[in-house]
Design a protein around this ligand. Structure first.
Ligand code: NAD
Ligand code: MG
Length: 391
């Protein structure tokens, strides 16, 4: 029997790895929707190869380009925010949520309302609206399978275990591009330098977030939201090789580690085949050849994002939405050359302090509209913080 699948964010790094796995067994899948943004050629090519029902670009003005690229095929073309959400409501057995940023929240929620299975790579939706995401899944009986490698690892280490016997969760961090740089040089880090990752091949935004540790900060919050563990139970650990993805510590002192090559097709494939395990085309580790695993404590002076993540968890409410929006805006500012690498954390911290005073918003009920409103206000505050610094 074929399974109906959709991929939100199909043209990105996670989307393309998902397509790689599905494309290896085309008879097993019936592709419903593929979505993308500016890369129309890739979107159309994959939609035609996989015989998708619909291809959607996030950008309204690219609808004609998409139609042209799909000419002669039976794939429908659609564009814009409403079309993205609509595509996520089309019946499917498995949906990959792999849009980057808070833009993935609304389509992800629409997919959750299906009552089937959501493979969740879009960590931003858990950071900015964890409670809403989990509540929506619960209401509709939808299973969420985490696709972030650390969270897939935690999920796997917890199979058959009781959450009551979990003492701590350790997520590893490669340390990104600048882990060995002298701290005083970080302010001068260029966009090119921040955009290359020592171990993982990922989208540009998450690669820069790895260098600043904002990615790990988001993942700490994601762990807190998804697994329901307290901030004091979550540790980040620098592990330059990115082969141990996470460890779960139990009350008897045991640590269960998940070990594998740095290849996202493992976490994607685990979510795709769950509850079964199937063979995956990833490298098999030769531990004797690797020789040893290296660990270091994370340095909060080098990486202030980790301290900010703790403040977000302590504040609760909508502070995650503030943090995420400020981080996305600061990242745009760094990419545009308006602020220095190290100023991204300053912008996020300023935005959090500014928004902390807006109790009415921070403590509001978590609905999609309220989250989007906080997201909007935080982006404005972050832009002001950037303008103050831009030279
Ligand atoms: P990417 O930049 O390579 O791809 C992003 C996708 O989102 C593309 O399909 C793009 O067209 C689409 N998109 C971008 N802006 C959009 C918008 N405004 N509206 C709708 N669609 C839009 O990103 P990625 O590295 O594949 O990451 C995707 C998600 O998965 C992110 O949340 C990231 O944090 C998470 N993730 C990625 C990796 C990885 O290895 N790449 C690992 C763990 C988690
Ligand atoms: Mg990760």
């Amino acid at each position: 029997m074929t399974r109906k699948v959709s991929i939100l964010g199909a043209t990105g790094s996670i989307g393309q790895n998902t397509i790689d796995l599905i494309g290896r067994a085309p008879d097993e899948y019936d592709v419903v929707a593929l979505t993308g943004a500016g890369n129309i050629a890739q979107l159309a090519k994959d939609a035609m190869a996989l015989k998708a029902d619909v291809a959607v670009t996030a950008h309204d003005h690219l609808l004609d380009d998409l139609r042209d690229a799909l000419r002669g095929s039976e794939v429908q073309a659609a564009a814009g925010a409403a079309a993205l959400v609509e595509s996520a409501t089309r019946p499917a057995d498995w949906i990959m949520s792999a849009i980057v940023g808070a833009a993935g929240l609304a389509p992800g929620l629409a997919a959750l309302e299906q009552g089937t299975t959501l493979a969740l790579a879009n960590k931003e939706s858990l950071v900015c609206a964890g409670e809403l995401v989990l509540r929506t899944a619960k209401t509709h009986g939808t299973a969420i399978l985490p696709v972030d490698s650390e969270h897939s690892a935690i999920f796997q280490a917890l199979i058959g275990e009781d959450m009551g016997s979990v003492e701590r969760i350790i997520i590893t961090a490669s340390g990104g591009a600048f882990r060995d740089w002298p701290i005083e040089k970080l302010a001068e880090a260029t966009l090119d330098q921040a955009s290359s990752h020592p171990n993982w091949d990922m989208g540009q935004r998450i690669t820069i977030d790895s260098a600043s540790m904002f990615n790990k900060a988001m993942e700490v919050i994601e762990t807190h939201e998804f697994f329901g563990v307290g901030p004091e139970q979550i540790e980040a650990l620098v592990h330059p090789q990115s082969m141990i993805h996470a460890l779960v510590g139990f009350i008897d002192g045991a640590l269960m580690a998940h070990v594998g090559p740095p290849d996202m097709r493992h976490a994607i494939g685990f979510a795709l085949h769950h509850p079964e395990r199937k063979a995956l085309p990833v490298e098999r580790l030769d531990l004797a050849a690797i020789g040893q695993f290296e660990f270091r404590a994370p340095d909060e002076i080098r990486w202030p994002a980790l301290r900010l993540a703790r403040e977000v968890m302590e504040a609760g409410g909508m502070m995650g939405a503030v943090f995420n929006a400020a981080k996305e805006t600061a990242l745009d500012g760094f990419i545009a050359g308006q602020i220095k690498f190290t100023q991204m954390a300053d912008v996020v911290e300023d935005t959090m302090s500014h928004m902390a005073a807006l109790d009415r918003h921070i403590a509001a009920t978590m609905t999609l509209d309220n989250v989007l409103q906080v997201d909007h206000l935080a982006r404005k505050a972050a832009q002001a913080a950037i303008a103050k610094r831009a030279g």
